[in-house]
Design a protein around this ligand. Structure first.
Ligand code: GLY
Length: 426
């Protein structure tokens, strides 16, 4: 099923109504309404409770059990490397972040999606407020995550409430992201910390949409050319023969590979769940923006790998595909939500898209169930429970995460667009 796509300046795609998956009057979409209404309630509660702090919600402070981490990692945990356990009275409270955190764009982005789905002007007011506090990011060059930060916030703002001032923010930030590109290496540098010579993480594929947007907005192909070079270099170096990927590839200055490692996964050669999700989403988006079929074929191979490797009944993966499965092996709802978004877009681009649509639907239904959807007024105002930030660092294990919420809502929006469903008809 090939669908006509509506491309927008920000790179956040609106998928048009599907020809092959029309909404049926007999289908029960109550799970979608429950998810949107719960998100509306939780996010508005959060917006009010953090008002005036100048900060954004990221997750919930959680402790960790070193024995459990060691069992999951199948190696001794180097406790020095663990982030300090939060004080006992902090555990269970909302973890806020400042605007320079890599996740700062997700809360405003989630508000934008809830506004888009419900049309509630009060949500729009909050979305504008929490987007505007990110304005200083346009001057920032200290991370590759500028795409997450600005595309999810300002990108959605431009799409849903265009203002003359927004394109300049996107183009300036894209320029700063490009300043992290080294022609000899052929990639954008991800991190400025660590022992690696030139670390590039698979997550960086998600930041390329900002560059495609900047070229469309400015008419300058430069940003887009950098994005393509990055995607092209990542494809042969970040992936194994079975289409799983390493988390971190570090390059030498001449562009040869220095190391292939993990930072957040179980082991260097394991398949960290969110990394696989970033990969399928990222290469599907690269195809959307370039129409270069090699990206779509590649993304499809990654999708097929994911659907084979994830063995859980509800399609929400464990935090690493190679993690030992015991009773308390943590899930990663954020990886599931990102995967659902990628597969929904793919379902509109390939002939045999139905299987990707069905798998994404299964994920979204799981995430909308009581097993993952936070109860009203609970979970510190987040929408989804049971994500894993970085188990390898004892950080954010089995907690809500703002990016799980964002991609869950993006997934619901993509699903509704494909099905031709509107919130008012639910
Ligand atoms: N981009 C960081 C993460 O996925 O945890």
């Amino acid at each position: 099923m090939k669908l006509k796509q509506l491309f927008i300046a920000t790179g956040i795609t609106i998928l048009s109504v599907s020809a092959c998956k029309p909404a049926s009057k007999t289908e029960d979409y109550n799970w979608i309404k429950t998810g949107i209404d719960r998100a509306h309630h939780q996010l508005m509660l959060t917006a009010q409770e953090i008002d005036g702090t100048g900060k954004l919600p990221r997750s919930i402070w959680a402790g960790y059990d070193v024995n459990m981490l060691e069992q999951q990692l199948e190696r001794p945990v180097i406790t020095d490397s663990l982030r300090a356990l939060p004080a006992a009275d902090k555990i269970g409270t909302r973890r806020l972040c400042d605007i320079y955190d890599w996740t700062s764009g997700f809360f405003p982005g989630s508000l934008w999606y809830v506004y888009e789905m419900t049309g509630d002007e009060k949500v729009k007011d909050e979305a504008i407020k929490y987007t505007e506090i990110l304005n200083p990011i346009r001057e920032y060059t200290g991370t590759h995550d500028l795409g997450f930060m600005i595309n999810c916030s300002y990108g959605n703002a431009l799409r849903l409430s265009p203002a003359d001032t927004i394109p300049a923010v996107i183009v300036q930030t894209a320029g700063n992201l490009c300043s992290r590109f080294d022609e000899r290496v052929g990639c954008i540098r991800s991190w400025d910390f660590g022992y690696w010579n030139y670390p590039v993480i698979i997550d960086n594929m998600m930041n390329l949409d900002l560059l495609f947007s900047a070229s469309k907005l400015s008419g300058d192909p430069y940003y887009r050319e950098i994005a393509i070079k990055h995607a092209d270099k990542t494809m042969p170096n970040h992936f194994r023969e079975d289409y799983t990927c390493w988390h971190v590839i570090s390059y030498n200055n001449d562009g040869t590979v220095e190391m292939k490692e993990t930072y957040q996964g179980k082991a260097h050669d394991s398949s960290w769940a969110r990394g696989q999700a970033w990969a399928v989403y990222g290469y599907t988006a690269a195809y959307r923006e370039t129409q270069d079929k090699k990206y779509l074929d590649f993304a499809q191979n990654i999708a097929d790998m994911i659907m084979t490797r994830v063995k859980t009944e509800d399609a929400v993966p464990y935090w690493d595909y190679d993690a030992p499965v015991v009773e308390n092996t943590p899930r990663d709802a954020s990886a599931a939500a990102v995967t659902a978004c990628g597969l929904l877009e793919m379902s509109t681009l390939v002939e045999e898209g139905g299987k990707y649509f069905d798998y994404a639907e299964k994920i979204l239904k799981s995430l909308s169930s009581d097993a993952y959807l936070a109860a009203a007024d609970q979970s510190q105002g987040y929408v989804l429970m049971h994500s894993t930030g970085s188990l390898a660092h004892g950080s954010e294990v089995d907690v809500p995460l703002n990016y799980a919420d964002y991609y869950y809502l993006e997934g619901l929006q993509r699903y509704m667009n494909i099905k031709g469903i509107e919130y008012k008809d639910l």
